[in-house]
Design a protein around this ligand. Structure first.
Ligand SMILES: NC(=O)C1=CN([C@@H]2O[C@H](COP(=O)(O)OP(=O)(O)OC[C@H]3O[C@@H](n4cnc5c(N)ncnc54)[C@H](O)[C@@H]3O)[C@@H](O)[C@H]2O)C=CC1
Ligand SMILES: O=C(O)CCC(=O)C(=O)O
Length: 439
């Protein structure tokens, strides 16, 4: 870890992600000389390549604006690089490197042939007009197109990038290359997208949570759930929880959280989806639409008593103290919808309290899994039916759960899902790398 820190100065998120994996891998490879001798972990923690580029665009007043864009291609040992694109002012190389590193393990866990990558720009979509967003997406793709391809690297959405942005980027890719291929996922249904891709991450996280509870002979009926975020992952996680009979009492954004003790309903969730996706409003306005709910400015929802918690907003949004509050209030299970939302101290609190704790690379893999299914449909030039896809998503999440149990079951039957996910993902990618020799 000293070497990782030295080679990646000023990249705290990346070092944190590697540390969390290394804690488990050191133990696993202790008596396995090949992984050691071939420096497999060190090689996975060194991206294959990072492309960094200038993105120029004109705002509506005619001012020239300059942003920085990246694509981190972390590892393609088991398939083409695959992972989302994030547009947010906090995006930098450290954040994208951690996300691409995590993605490598996550994609391996799905059982589908996908390597790990991630990209994005320090562009803030908030307050921008649709035309500004379109010009930015086109300019971003004007550089990115030469680094991606259906068998090379297949980006998708992430924070700040949804179906609208994917449409603008796909249109620009097609215009430049004249190729209609499955180069992006999360596309609209009219031009090669897959049914249930928008729902898949949130639904998958709830399926994984249900799998963990089932091991303890429990289910979601009547459970109180606390969720952070109010975007794609959070709203679809809420929807599936409500369908499974849970009472979801919070949602949040970067300004604070709403507490609705009566619980969300499908009508309320539909309102939030429209509010965030079309009106582009703040979650604070929920309390005007649904009196009985309260808004808590500048706070996170982790102090609200619950049985299960799903952090679905962003990295490091749940600290060691937050984890202690959740445990003290009786929370028995946590499923990470976001990537690395719990910091290292928080992970240690959950592990020592023996809380059922599913790391993002396992719990939120349903999104990229259905992206993988979108790639298969594009290759076949066919569209599969919703019922088939729903079943495949459930089966994939159950498979990930089994892999975590296989490598994570420890003393007294406690399943360390972090260890299980890290070791299972590492083994699959590492074994492929061993087969290739030193490359
Ligand atoms: N969209 C997908 O399919 C997948 C997304 N993820 C992860 O899920 C998380 C959420 O992504 P999406 O829902 O897709 O994005 P989104 O753009 O639809 O929503 C992001 C949400 O997080 C909130 N947020 C952002 N920064 C915040 C902060 N500092 N504090 C509190 N809230 C904040 C936003 O207000 C928004 O509600 C991210 O960590 C992403 O990497 C993981 C797997 C797949
Ligand atoms: O669907 C994809 O390729 C990307 C999903 C993603 O970015 C993630 O799993 O964090």
């Amino acid at each position: 870890m000293e070497g990782v820190k030295r080679r990646n100065p000023h990249q705290p998120e990346f070092v944190q992600a590697v540390q969390e994996v290394a804690e488990d891998i050191f133990d696993f490879i202790r008596d396995k000389a090949d992984y050691h001798d071939q420096q497999i972990l060190r090689r996975i923690a060194e991206p294959d390549r990072i492309v960094s580029f200038r993105v120029c665009w004109e705002d509506d007043r005619g001012n020239v604006r300059v942003q920085r864009g990246w694509r981190v291609q972390n590892n393609n040992a088991i398939g083409p690089y695959k992972g989302g694109i994030r547009f947010h002012p906090s995006v930098n190389e450290s954040v994208l490197k951690f996300l691409a590193f995590e993605q490598t393990f996550k994609n391996a866990l799905t059982g589908l042939p996908m390597g790990g990558g991630k990209g994005g720009a320090n562009f803030n979509p908030k307050g921008k007009s649709v035309r500004e967003i379109m010009r930015f997406c086109q300019s971003f793709m004007t550089e990115l197109y030469r680094h991606i391809g259906a068998d090379v690297d297949v980006p998708a959405g992430d924070i700040g990038v949804g179906a609208r942005e994917i449409g603008f980027m796909f249109g620009q890719y097609k215009r430049i290359t004249n190729h209609f291929t499955g180069v992006l996922t999360g596309k609209g249904l009219e031009y090669g997208g897959s049914l249930i891709r928008p729902e898949a991450t949130g639904y998958g996280a709830v399926y994984f949570l249900a799998e963990m509870l089932a091991v303890k002979g429990q289910d979601l009926t009547g459970k109180t759930a606390v969720i952070s975020g109010s975007g794609n992952v959070a709203t679809h996680a809420a929807e599936k929880l409500v369908q499974q009979g849970a009472r979801v009492v919070t949602l949040s954004d970067s300004a604070g959280f709403v507490h609705d003790p009566a619980g969300l309903t499908q009508e309320k969730i539909d309102w939030v989806k429209a509010h965030k996706t079309h009106r582009r409003g703040r979650i604070e306005e929920y309390v005007e639409a649904f009196p009985g709910a309260t808004f808590h400015s500048g706070q996170t929802p982790w102090g609200v008593p619950c049985d299960v918690a799903l952090p679905c907003a962003t990295q490091n949004e749940l600290s060691g103290d937050d984890a202690k509050a959740l445990v003290a209030n009786g929370c028995i299970a946590v499923a990470e919808g976001a990537n690395m939302p719990t910091d290292l101290a928080g992970v240690h609190v959950f592990k020592s309290a023996r809380t059922l704790f599913a790391p993002g690379k396992a719990a939120n893999a349903g999104g990229v899994a259905v992206s993988g299914l979108e790639m298969s449909q594009n290759s076949e030039r066919r569209s599969w039916k919703e019922a088939e896809l729903q079943q495949m998503l459930k089966d994939i999440m159950a498979g990930i759960h089994q892999r975590c149990v296989a490598y994570g079951e420890g003393e007294g039957g406690y399943i360390d899902y972090v260890k299980g996910a890290n070791v299972a993902g590492f083994k699959k990618v590492g074994d492929a790398m061993l087969a290739f020799g030193v490359v």
